[in-house]
Design a protein around this ligand. Structure first.
Ligand code: NAP
Length: 286
């Protein structure tokens, strides 16, 4: 039996995409998985897939941003499996909106789910581990665009950058307690993320799994991200990247900000062109 067998992992955002794929991969490596998201029916399906893969799963339907959610999630995990060893704070969403166009409440709601809920769960788990003298591993699903922004996705990028910053600081703060901390920086991943993002941006009922402009070499499957996350659970590293090319781009943007700003200006122009085309197509239909 692997060293992984019977370790208990909490996965938020486990009802689809990266979270569901990671839950299945954890189960396949013998872990016991606590699945967290709002859609109970979807969680049940993922739980069945985890059990089919040879693991044990327990589902909890909850909004991660609800008051007291973090403690409730951990209490559920402990009552289901007796302990928690790993937290994968992955629940999140994006939207396409100019920063001045987005309402204050939408902006705060996105930070509540993507940043504050993830941090709150990690803080609560770390406090429990420290009190019990137990080691643990905290992992957050940030993004490659937590390291460099995209125009019209500024709010989302800010939530992901906040996660990356928090993880880097937490890692250093918690290492003496034998608690590892990692941030994950996936590139475009084929999940329901962009469908949800389009819905939230008012772009209608889209079924787009990836944005039109994403070149295929910059698109990955959730299984690929999940495999990288599980590797990190075996051997914790501070940052998990799933594309060396994008990791290098992020480093270049940091070293030469003028390059980043040129790329951003171009990307902002492309986004505006796309909006104009959409508007023209809509008015032609009327
Ligand atoms: N797809 C990409 O290109 C990409 C790239 C980089 C990073 N990421 C990050 O990866 C993470 C997972 O995204 P994904 O691509 O797998 O998208 P997804 O398929 O849309 O999954 C998002 C998950 O988050 C859950 N969720 C959202 N709001 C929640 C809330 N308030 N409470 C509980 N659960 C909530 C959703 O479940 P319910 O709706 O059932 O609650 C769902 O399980 C996100 O943090 C995203 O920012 C994605």
């Amino acid at each position: 039996m692997s060293a992984f067998a019977n370790r208990v992992v909490v996965v938020t955002g486990a009802s689809s995409g990266i979270g569901a794929a990671t839950a299945r991969a954890c189960a396949a490596s013998g872990m016991r998985v606590v699945l967290v998201a709002r859609r109970a029916d979807r969680l049940r399906k993922v739980a069945d897939a985890c059990e089919d893969a040879g693991g044990k799963a327990h589902a909890l339907a909850i909004d991660v941003a609800a008051a007291g959610a973090s403690e409730e999630i951990l209490a559920h995990a402990v009552s289901a499996f007796g302990r928690v060893d790993v937290v994968f704070a992955n629940a999140g969403y994006g939207t396409r909106a100019g920063l001045i166009d987005m309402s204050e409440s939408d902006l705060r709601a996105m930070f509540d789910v993507n940043f504050f809920a993830a941090l709150s769960l990690c803080r609560a788990a770390a406090r429990r581990w420290i009190a019990a003298g137990q080691p643990g591993h905290l992992i957050m699903s940030s993004s490659c665009i937590g390291k460099f922004p995209l125009a019209y996705h500024g709010a989302y990028c800010a939530t992901k950058a906040s996660q990356a910053m928090a993880c880097a600081a937490l890692r250093a703060e918690l290492q003496s307690h034998r608690i590892a901390v990692s941030s994950v920086h996936p590139i475009t991943t084929k999940t329901e993320f962009f469908v949800e993002s389009d819905r939230r941006s008012g772009a209608g009922d889209s079924t787009t799994e990836v944005p039109d402009h994403a070149p295929s070499f910059l698109v990955q499957s959730p299984e690929r991200v999940a495999a990288a996350v599980v590797r990190c659970m075996h051997r914790p590293v501070p940052e998990v990247w799933t594309s060396s090319l994008v990791r290098l781009s992020a480093a270049l943007f940091t070293a030469w900000p003028w390059l980043l700003h040129q790329v951003l200006d171009r990307q902002a122009g492309m986004e505006r062109d796309q909006d104009e085309r959409r508007l023209r197509a809509d008015s032609a239909k009327r």
